[in-house]
Ligand binder design. Sequence first.
Ligand SMILES: *Cc1c(COP(=O)(O)O)cnc(C)c1O
Length: 469
Amino acid sequence: MIQEATNPQAAIPSVDKMLRAPLLADALEAHGRPAVTDAVRTVLASLRRGLMAGEPVETEDAAIAARISAVLAALAQPSLVRVFNLTGTVLHTNLGRAPLPQAAIQAMVAAAGACNLEYDLDKGARGDRDSHLEPLLQRLTGAEAVTVVNNNAAAVLLVLNALAQDRSVLVSRGELIEIGGAFRIPDIMARAGCRLHEVGTTNRTHLRDFAGGIGEDTALLMKVHASNYEIQGFTAAPAEADLAKLAHENDLPFVVDLGSGALADLAEYGLPHERTPAETLADGADVVTFSGDKLLGGPQAGLIVGRKDLIDKIRKNPMKRAMRLDKVTIAALEAIFRLYADPDKLPERLPTIGLLARPAAEIAAVAQRVLPAVARALEGIAWTETVSCRSQIGSGSLPVDLLESTALSIRPLKEGRGAGGVVTKIAEAFRALPAPVIGRVQDGAFLLDLRCLEDEAAFTAQLGKIDLS
Ligand SMILES: *Cc1c(COP(=O)(O)O)cnc(C)c1O
């Protein structure tokens, strides 16, 4: 029944009437009374506005109930959903960085309820949350002691505040970096209450620059891994071992922010070698910080390893309490550190290593298998073909090293003006799928880098839902 707008209000049922309607009984059970009441009010208000404006409006109870159910269903959609990361950046910060291994997921589920987070089961007394990780990370890095916080940015802030508050920290001008998400070394220094003492120049810093910079108020020497950029050409930086020696001759600690910090030798998997915390400590660093969710392949965390007296001082800093790790994250890290005990099996057990080391031929085979389904879904709109491409590691790791891969290139059939709009529409349609597919637009085509596609069945099963109308 289409209601004419003669007496608009009379056609609209009351909120109470709708809430009592058997049509909404299931919705009340599923979503609860407050949410359903809100949805009823929203839908009735929009009907009223429609009638006032003289628009034709459906006012049958069934039609109204259907609109209410649609509003509720939309509200019930989780905000955080699984996506297919086909961007070609394996550790994509916006897409949650490292995908976690099954072993970690199981450990997280087990720890989700009550667990012995800070409880010593032998003594029946209070324990320490770092104790679950310390022995494992000691073995993997050779460190005397270990502590963990929420992320590496927190780790750097905490280390600087604990070891250098109100004093100065020597850093090379070439390492005053900014990492995505507003992490800038000079700002972190200021917030940690330290004075930044820059030495050397942007492209060349020598050991003598550090030596000349050491003064009464120097608290420590610091090295920051350049992560997301590389200075090429006429460059110089002192070796870590020499910086450590210089620091120790002056009774100062040498602190290294490694950024990614791989726990295994990546060269074993055919990848470029990335400095490990073990190597950095062996070269004389006193404290090393690194991320949990970069090359390590774990959850978001900041790991701090090094000399026992310094780690003790860091642990006692009140900021440590404000940055402590949650039980579920500790559970995941513990499981992942155990995987590192058998480096040969890492490519099959730890997704980050598995995806980075995935053979180019295997990715090409994935492309051949999924090509027909994608081509079919875009028939009449776009031409789909396989192209070779390069994936990157991401998260500032090894920025200049690109990995050989294969992508599906999706190009609109219509060329010239308006083709760019079609590419954008195609990208949107892939993002709108139940498990959104994220690719990248490059040179007028939508590219899906297949390095990180593992669940091919789930990927192709939803392609029929692509809507380009
Ligand atoms: C990534 C990175 C950080 C920040 O680490 P998060 O774990 O993202 O907080 C700090 N320093 C360096 C050198 C990095 O590469």
